[in-house]
Design a protein around this ligand. Structure first.
Ligand code: GLV
Ligand code: MG
Length: 359
């Protein structure tokens, strides 16, 4: 190990991260009662500009009225290039900050963006006397953010996770795709021709570099790397493939833009029983090897050594964290009040209709 020790951030299970539009209060109760490891209430891209002020009010009310469970509530604010951002932070954190675990910052481009949010949060927390310190989730989704990812990942002790925002990243880098996540048939390699002149094409993963780079920047700073959205929520097999390739690279979780993806993410980012069993066998074999004064031995015909202990420990630790998580089965309603709706009161609407009809 280096003399520089990387401390891991606040441990938090983050296999699934469910996106819930702040302008759709009808989804709030289900999200609060659901099984997502983290839920983020979105004030950014799922909310149309005209709906932003109302979405902010909905989110504040829902945070205060519903039981969101322990350590799993995040709010995605608008980007620092918009005037919505300061009100998102000031209004939401002042009025509901004691119950917020994380703030998600989109389109972060430089470490100074994090500095600005950190400063605002610090002032609000101090002024309001909050006991909790709100953590930060950062979306890397621009070429600038990817270029500065190492500095961003080290920008504040509040940071907990880096997320790959694949849709905006595609737009920012002008990638030729309109899909949200997923592979692209044009990103392929052709094999050489065989004796009959046949060639095969193999799809590559056009997001490999970005995700791998994010994983390194995150892990080098003790943060969680999280893969972003997969837009086709009717394609479970597609989601599965994208999630697994992210897990293999070191991501701890993936976004869910639909509740069905929560179940998939929770399963795919938990070590399987077979993986855990194998990891335990490695630990046992290495314990015996060390007792016998050996640094490396063969298990099932393959070499294992002291690095194998560290690999196996990652899986066993994760399995323990997953096992310790209590399922969300509790009733969620705390207050009788309903979350604010966008709609005008029915009476007024009816009166308006009558007035129109009279004209
Ligand atoms: C998420 O915000 C994305 O742009 O994919
Ligand atoms: Mg985005």
């Amino acid at each position: 190990m280096s003399f520089t020790i990387v401390e891991e951030v606040t441990p938090r299970l983050n296999r699934s991260e469910l996106a819930v539009p702040g302008s759709s209060p009808r989804f709030f109760e289900k999200a609060a009662a659901g099984d997502a490891d983290i839920v983020f209430l979105d004030l950014e891209d799922a909310v149309a500009p005209d709906d932003k002020p109302q979405a902010r009010k909905n989110v504040i009310q829902a945070i205060n009225d519903l039981d969101w469970g322990e350590g799993r509530l995040s709010v995605r604010i608008n980007g620092l290039d918009t005037h919505y951002m300061y009100r998102d932070v000031v209004d939401v954190v002042e009025q509901a900050g004691a119950k917020i675990d994380l703030i998600m910052v989109p389109k972060v481009g430089t470490a100074a963006d994090i500095y600005a949010i950190d400063m605002l949060l610090t002032q609000i927390e101090q002024a309001k006397g909050f006991k909790n310190r709100i953590g930060l989730e950062v979306i890397i989704e621009t070429a600038l953010g990817m270029q500065n990812i190492n500095e961003i990942a080290a920008a504040s002790p509040r940071l907990e996770s880096l997320h790959f925002g694949v849709a905006d990243y595609a737009a920012s880098t002008k990638a030729r795709t309109t899909n949200i996540g997923g592979p692209n048939a044009d990103y392929l390699v052709l094999t050489d021709a065989d004796a009959e002149g046949n060639r095969e094409s193999h799809w590559g993963d056009m997001w490999h570099y970005a995700i791998a780079r994010m994983v390194v920047a995150a892990r080098a700073n003790g943060l969680r790397p999280i893969d972003g959205p997969f837009g086709d929520f009717s394609d479970a097999a597609g989601y599965r493939a994208q999630a697994l390739r992210a897990a293999v690279l070191g991501c701890e979780g993936k976004w869910a833009i639909h509740p069905s993806q929560v179940t998939l993410a929770n399963e795919l980012f938990s070590p399987s029983p077979a993986e855990v069993a194998k990891a335990r066998r490695i630990l046992k074999a290495m314990k015996e090897a060390q007792r016998a004064g050996q640094g490396a031995v063969a298990l099932d015909g393959r070499l294992i050594d002291i690095a194998s202990i560290r690999q196996a420990q990652v899986l066993v630790k994760k399995a323990r964290e997953v096992g310790a998580r209590k399922p969300r089965l509790a009733p969620v309603k705390k207050a009788a009040k309903k979350p604010a709706k966008n709609k005008k009161p029915a009476k007024k609407k009816a009166a308006k209709k009558t007035a129109k009809a009279r004209r």
